[in-house]
Ligand binder design. Structure first.
Ligand code: HEM
Length: 141
């Protein structure tokens, strides 16, 4: 939650930059996964290996976004952590675990060699990423 009084009802510039970078990276990490999942059936129709090529291209965008999420997430914590109630701290702790699970899931998803492994870790990654996004919205209040 940012202090808005005395700034025309708007967030201060630095808070705006911090949250914009965090939300932009969340859009790429979460939105990219969901969009890619929707594109894969069409990519399969383009020929053998097309879906894999698409997934590899997305990975080159996805991991920098994850890095930005972690760095701006730590920046968020240092900016808004002080004086937060116990419940907020618990949700933050759960969110950090869920973010780590999303990263691990994405790594195992990429490395899986079986269809079942790809599907399982893809599902774990998508669900934990969405959970992290929702918890972030509640943390921002
Ligand atoms: C998959 C990774 C992540 C996603 C999808 C994500 C998503 C979000 C979203 C959507 C918001 C709400 C922004 C708003 O409503 O203005 C948010 C806020 C927040 N996130 Fe994240 N986040 C991620 C990783 C992290 C990490 C790693 C941390 C901590 C180390 C973190 C800490 C926070 C905090 C403290 C806020 C509240 C910021 C404020 O009130 O100014 N996030 N996050």
């Amino acid at each position: 939650m940012v202090e808005r009084l005395g700034n025309g009802g708007l967030a201060p510039a630095l808070d705006g930059i911090r949250l914009s970078l965090h939300v932009l990276a969340a859009a790429v990490w979460v939105g990219g996964q969901l969009t890619l999942a929707g594109l894969v059936p069409a990519a399969r129709g383009l020929g053998e290996g097309a879906a894999r090529t698409l997934a590899r291209a997305f990975a080159r965008i996805q991991w920098p976004a994850y890095g930005v999420l972690v760095v701006t997430g730590l920046w968020n914590v240092s900016a808004v952590h002080a004086g937060q109630p116990h419940t907020w701290q618990i949700v933050l702790g759960v969110k950090i675990v869920v973010v780590a699970l999303a990263g691990l899931g994405a790594l195992l998803h990429t490395r899986s060699t079986t269809r079942r492994g790809v599907a399982t870790w893809g599902g774990v990654t998508a669900l934990s990423s969405i959970a992290a996004l929702v918890m972030g919205v509640f943390l921002a209040g």
